[in-house]
Design a protein around this ligand. Sequence first.
Ligand SMILES: Cc1cc2nc3c(=O)[nH]c(=O)nc-3n(C[C@H](O)[C@H](O)[C@H](O)COP(=O)(O)OP(=O)(O)OC[C@H]3O[C@@H](n4cnc5c(N)ncnc54)[C@H](O)[C@@H]3O)c2cc1C
Length: 396
Amino acid sequence: MAWAWPHGLPPWRSVAILSGWAGTGLLLASLILMVRTPGVTARLGGIATLYRWHHLSGSLAYLLLLIHPLALAINGLDESPLVAWQTLSPADQTWPEWLGWLALLLLMAGLAGSFGPRLAYRPWRALHWALAGGVVLGLAHLYALLGNAVPVLLVIAACTVSLVWRLLISDLGLQAAPYQVESIAHCADRSIELTLVPCARALSAKPGQFVLAAFSDGPHFHACGEFHPFTLSAIEERGRLRIAIKALGRCTRRLQELEAGVLVRLQGPFGEAAAPTIQPRLWIAGGIGITPFMAILRNETGGPPTSLIHLFRSPGEAPFLEELKARSGQDGFDYRPVATGDCVPDLAALLDTITDLPARAAHLCGPPALVDSAHTALLARGVPPGAIHSDRFDFR
Ligand SMILES: Cc1cc2nc3c(=O)[nH]c(=O)nc-3n(C[C@H](O)[C@H](O)[C@H](O)COP(=O)(O)OP(=O)(O)OC[C@H]3O[C@@H](n4cnc5c(N)ncnc54)[C@H](O)[C@@H]3O)c2cc1C
């Protein structure tokens, strides 16, 4: 913006120039924020914070870039309405402007996918890639109009590095750590728990964190090859990790057929590690949302008094039910399994049975609807917002 600062230009033309550059800068920030390397992600406050800033900067960038052509048209109004219209109408323009319009349309499609009605994951992802297309066309628009100016080349280089980095490192997982599936156990209906052994360097993970895992094909198993997030359910000696996977969709259904010996690539760890505390704890888990609590329980000895409310449809669908029942009563651990059937759980009644609720550190994990309603119910019962930690199994 400093480089392009308008001197002696009409006000609306100045607005157009500045909004174009501010939008470009924010778009670049949004791209850099989606480069998901574990170290940087942790230093910037975790993946959820990073994604929030990524969404915010991307949306602001779009609004500013929308102002850019409108301000140019308003500037044209000084001459005549026809000039204003010609500034906007693609019919009166050439390639550099068409590139700009196409870029805006793709950005609009991508943002509609993010903020419109909730889409299934794969269409949402395709629309999100439209945003990347919008960025490339926007850069081409910039280059076509301003040529080889140093700031233009810097912005193009930074955007290209971010996009290529994201594609190669995060989406294709070129830096992912190779592991092998050592054993597979059924931990509930439609759920398995895998033990993974490192083939080379082991990830340095802590209870509460998750990894992105992509499985390879086995002799009789055909993987879907994509990276999917799974919370660690145990961290063992010599870098062994365990993850539990519930069949929730296309990929996770296929994973139920997994065979020992299959290779798996892991990225991470991501997410906040469970902080040690002496405060009494309340954990609320929905179904497979039990995984972070399993990792904490399996990795700690003599933690503070902890009540765990575990909600599931039926006992057959409750992962780790027997192990949790066996641990209940030991070291101040109080396990409360609740089979809800197809009904919405009565959270208010369940919370009313917990003593000293406002003094507890609460940790919620599971489907977004459960996490949101438990969060609201806890706030209403005097638990301070800072004492509630939530893991949602649906980040985008
Ligand atoms: C932080 C986090 C931790 C999780 N931990 C566990 C766990 O320990 N055990 C477990 O069984 N499940 C866990 N999940 C959920 C698991 O990732 C999804 O069930 C799985 O990705 C679904 O993929 P699918 O193709 O089978 O289903 P689909 O039908 O394609 O997707 C179902 C839903 O899963 C989510 N999803 C799908 N693909 C991805 C992806 N590549 N990245 C992010 N989300 C995706 C989307 O919200 C989608 O709407 C976790 C999710 C998150 C975000």
